[in-house]
Design a protein around this ligand. Structure first.
Ligand code: MN
Length: 258
């Protein structure tokens, strides 16, 4: 599925309520990857609103990295299909290692062969507010309710830990939109595919960063299998111009880089 090692809550040391970035740093070679290294130890930044970001990441597979600032780090989940505004839709969210807060501003290319090699887009960003009195307790319990104040995702949401699936002993969570005025059946991953930071597509980000634009462009194309026929047709008509341009350009680049 997703090219990330899945950490259970206990493995990531959450019980200590101390955010360590060791796991994050151990996985990456900072002399090679442009990703931010972060501090050796995460330090809570008091008083400021808590950051929220979703990074669209075309690695071995396209996924969306959902991150909430907590205790000076970014709690992180890999969401293969991205968030859904439809309260009837539960999206699998696999917890991954905590990331440095600076990571939330990272948009660019991770060299191929490195951990998470591919293209990263700041797909959505903003702040979040807990809807629970004790976030640590909510995380331990596996039921965190919160409000997002993002450019694309707003309103009330919940992350619920599940028993896991497919025989995996690792913790997986479900990301679910609560019913409120921001709930919708609109598919934001398809209708708002571009960067919240720079309005660029994945292919444009990859090209600017000297990454693999052909591979990145695959993440710009909507997965037609996901939608019903009518929706897919609408989308094709709407996005046709942009997609064919991206596809033409990426195949040109692809011939050279492959
Ligand atoms: Mn990722």
């Amino acid at each position: 599925m997703v090219s990330v090692r899945i950490l259970s809550r206990s493995e990531s040391g959450m019980e200590e309520k101390h955010m360590s970035l060791k796991e994050y740093q151990k996985k990456r070679r900072f002399e090679v990857t442009p990703e931010p290294q972060g501090e050796p130890e995460a330090r809570p930044s008091s008083g400021k609103p808590l950051a929220y970001v979703i990074q669209k990441h075309q690695a071995s597979h396209l996924h969306y990295d959902f991150r909430l600032e907590w205790n000076g780090a970014l709690l992180s989940w890999a969401v293969p299909k991205g968030p859904s505004l439809d309260p009837a839709v539960k999206r699998l969210a696999m917890q991954v290692e905590d990331h440095p807060v600076e990571y939330g501003g990272f948009e660019g290319a991770i060299p191929e062969g490195e951990y998470g090699g591919g293209t990263v887009m700041v797909w959505d960003r903003g702040t979040w507010t807990p809807e629970v009195p004790d976030v640590n307790a909510a995380l331990e319990k596996g039921d965190l309710k919160f409000t997002l104040h993002g450019a694309k995702s707003k309103g009330s949401w919940v992350l619920v830990r599940t028993r896991g699936f497919g025989g995996s002993k690792h913790a997986s969570w479900l990301l679910i939109k609560h019913r409120d005025r921001f709930a919708s059946t609109k598919d934001i991953t398809l209708e708002e595919p571009r960067s919240a930071l720079t309005r660029r597509s994945l292919a444009e980000i990859a090209r600017a960063a000297g990454g693999n634009a052909e591979k990145a462009a695959a993440g710009d194309l909507p997965d037609l299998k996901r939608a019903d026929g009518k929706k897919a047709d609408l989308r094709k008509a709407k996005d046709g111009t942009r997609q064919s341009r991206a596809a033409r350009s990426s195949s040109r680049k692809g011939m050279r880089s492959k």
